[in-house]
Design a protein around this ligand. Structure first.
Ligand SMILES: Nc1nc2c(ncn2[C@@H]2O[C@H](COP(=O)(O)OP(=O)(O)OP(=O)(O)O)[C@@H](O)[C@H]2O)c(=O)[nH]1
Length: 471
């Protein structure tokens, strides 16, 4: 088990101490615990904090708590989370000069004081339990930070430059400029956060979606609870009613949607490696496309903010790793999803077959009766019409088996991407409002409780307002 003992370097050597043959390899550069040489010459103490080089620790069995370390940390295959408390360096998502690379850690890192942690705290049911994950792409091994815009296009600058605030619910009102740090945190309750930060505004049919990012341009997009037929064949859609459920429309008109506007709904995106999950999310959230493959390590997520029927609504889109070796990390984030998007490559039949396993894994962590399912064929631009027809037949069969709604998209051209996410947002919103109405039960949201001290029954629901539009 333990290798034959190797001669150690001379004590006092200026070289790093390397112990070969132990179960755990330790390479400590600039260790502060170096023993003094036998001749008594005091050896210069090279404190870890002063080390000119990054500390490299392989497989250390102990948790490391690094308080305000001024140095970059490179941690490979650590089984323990790195806990960074009150780091003096700003951990702004954009342009951090300090590479942080964590490969294969099975537990989320806890970053206290991170601006992202506040986002996670907004809704503990949908947010990760220990702060938001710092999603990473594999090219970070090179030390470059991927927190800035990814190559492949000019990412709209929600996190850079200026964004526009939309000051009316209808998306046609006054606009004003605001620096990102002036914006309401995503986690702020949306009712008070109006005017909403940039995002999508969805209305009942006929409708328009307004997208105002740094470009300030308004994009019209058709939206309906029924997707346009060119996007989706009838048999592929699970929900065939013409518009939102009447109870939902009514509740929105009367502003009786309870906590829906305060919640962040979690959507997870799963599927084989390289099927295009990241590109799909990036096409919608950043309007970018990267033709270079960079494997997602663990998970990453994007927030997207909508306004549906005048009610603010947020989706948290979780991009999970498709590579087997990162699956165990990614699967810890499956819990609490309200919608599951299973992606396969329209040009790779094996990836379609694997979707059932992806669904089974995702459902282990979620309630199958309440979660919305979507089966998405990606890279439509690479299929010829004839190939597509063949694949669509198989995909529809699988979708019906799993009771998922089927979509075919291309992140390269953008075909159906926006329509698809609008659909996800609309159906998730509808499910949320219906659940909220269900939960409120006998006592309707918005009712006033009058307390009458002369009455034996102290708690009376007073004057239930008869709804003018609810069935
Ligand atoms: N032609 C074409 N290529 C695509 C499309 N979507 C993704 N790709 C390419 O497919 C490769 C993989 O895309 P990713 O989005 O990184 O795949 P992924 O599913 O996130 O992969 P993992 O992170 O390993 O799970 C990249 O080279 C993309 O450029 C598409 O719609 N059309």
């Amino acid at each position: 088990m333990v290798g034959s003992p190797q001669p150690r370097d001379d004590v006092g050597s200026q070289r790093p101490r390397v112990i070969v043959g132990t179960v755990r390899t330790r390479v400590i550069v600039g260790s502060a615990r170096a023993r003094p040489p036998p001749d008594g010459t005091p050896r210069p103490q090279l404190a870890a904090e002063e080390s000119p080089r990054p500390r490299v620790i392989f497989g250390t069995p102990r948790a490391r708590v690094i308080v305000g370390s001024p140095r970059p940390r490179v941690i490979v295959s650590s089984p323990w989370p790195a806990v960074v408390v009150a780091s003096p360096r700003p951990r702004a998502p954009v342009g951090s000069p300090w590479p942080r690379v964590i490969v294969g850690t099975p537990r989320p890192r806890v970053i206290v004081g991170s601006p992202r942690a506040r986002v996670a705290g907004a809704d503990l049911s949908s947010a990760p339990s220990q702060g938001a994950p710092q999603g990473r792409r594999q090219d970070e091994h090179s030390g470059s930070s991927e927190e800035g815009p990814r190559p492949g296009g000019a990412a709209p600058g929600r996190r850079q430059g200026h964004v526009r605030l939309l000051s009316t619910a209808q998306g046609v009102g006054e606009e004003e400029e605001a620096a990102p740090d002036e914006l309401e945190d995503w986690a702020q309750p949306c009712h008070t956060a109006r005017p909403a930060a940039s995002g999508w505004s969805l209305h009942s049919t006929p409708t328009r979606a307004v997208w105002l990012w740094d470009k300030g341009e308004e994009l019209e997009a058709p939206f309906s609870i029924i997707p346009p037929t060119k996007c989706l064949r009838k048999e592929a859609a699970l929900h065939v009613h013409k518009d939102f459920h009447p109870r939902v429309t009514c509740a929105c008109q009367e502003h009786r949607t309870g906590t829906v506007g305060f919640k962040i709904s979690k959507v997870i995106v799963v599927g084989d490696l390289s099927v295009g999950k990241t590109c799909l999310i990036n096409r919608f959230c950043k309007d970018t496309f990267d033709k270079n493959y960079k494997a997602t390590i663990g998970v990453d997520f994007e927030m997207e903010r909508f306004e549906v029927l005048g009610i603010p609504f947020s989706l948290q889109l979780w991009d999970t790793a498709g590579q087997e070796r990162f699956k165990c990390i990614a699967s810890t984030y499956y819990r609490g999803a309200q919608a599951i998007i299973i992606v396969f490559n329209l040009n790779d039949v094996a990836s379609l077959e694997h979707t059932k396993q992806w669904l089974a894994d995702a459902l282990k962590e979620n309630d199958p009766s309440s979660v919305l399912l979507f089966l998405v064929g990606s890279k439509k631009d690479l299929s010829t019409p004839a190939q597509y027809v063949l694949m669509e037949k198989d995909a529809l069969k699988v979708a019906q088996e799993m009771k998922a709604e089927y979509w075919a998209v291309s992140s390269l051209t953008g075909e159906n991407v926006r329509e698809f996410f609008f659909r996800v947002a609309a159906l998730t919103f509808e499910a949320n409002v219906l659940a909220e109405l269900e939960k409120s039960g006998a006592r309707r949201i918005g009712d006033v409780v009058r307390i009458n001290s002369n009455d034996n029954n102290l708690y009376l629901t007073a004057g239930k307002k008869k709804s003018t539009c609810c069935p």
